[in-house]
Design a protein around this ligand. Sequence first.
Ligand code: ADP
Ligand code: MG
Length: 230
Amino acid sequence: MLTLEDLHIVMDDFTLDADLSVETGACVAVLGPSGAGKSTLLMAIAGFLPLTSGRILWGGAPMPDTPAKRPISMVFQDNNLFPHMTAFDNVALGLRPSLRLTGPERGQVENALARVGLTGLGDRKPGQLSGGQAARVALARVLLRNRPLLLLDEPFGALGPALRTEMVALVKDLVTETGATLLMVSHEPEDAREIADQVILVAEGTAHAPVPTAKIFADPPAALREYLGK
Ligand code: ADP
Ligand code: MG
């Protein structure tokens, strides 16, 4: 279980509070208006942003201070791929930052590329891939890292609707296979409906406790109604 205990973050005149838990293995969509603090929330969980006060626990124990030691993989909106490196190496980084792989590790990278439908494209650099293929490289990397907590910050924001639906389905398959706990920020409520059992609504300075997706869409709170444009 991921627990945000009396979390309080202050950045200039922006504040974000959270006091909530996410069950292990849950698929959670993080929704809320632009600027509400969704990225801030994920960055704090990943350890890239200091807390003003409060604690983040995983399985009841405080998270390590160092982001690299947290049981987390994160994908940012731009997919954080290195443009000068091949797809293979971008994925391999998830396993070995030194890129010195053993034979079996090279096999693992090939398997991860195959699992996201990129067999044979490992030699391409991100500039030689479509947006959807680049997003798949980022997914292959997190797949290989095999961390129990997956944070996706609008990972498919740059993709068109059909491709996005395909990628959301792929994420759903991957987290089902690996049993990972997923927090995914999306500006598309449809993504939440497709992938998430629960929704964390971030609005007016608070990240609210997860609510079942069906329930929150059946009777959206005011902040979500505004965001849904209804
Ligand atoms: P969202 O992801 O929901 O669109 P963000 O988490 O990116 O929102 O931003 C939340 C708020 O924090 C915004 O008002 C933004 O202007 C502010 N903010 C973001 N980064 C910083 C920063 N480094 N310093 C001060 N304020 C910031
Ligand atoms: Mg954001």
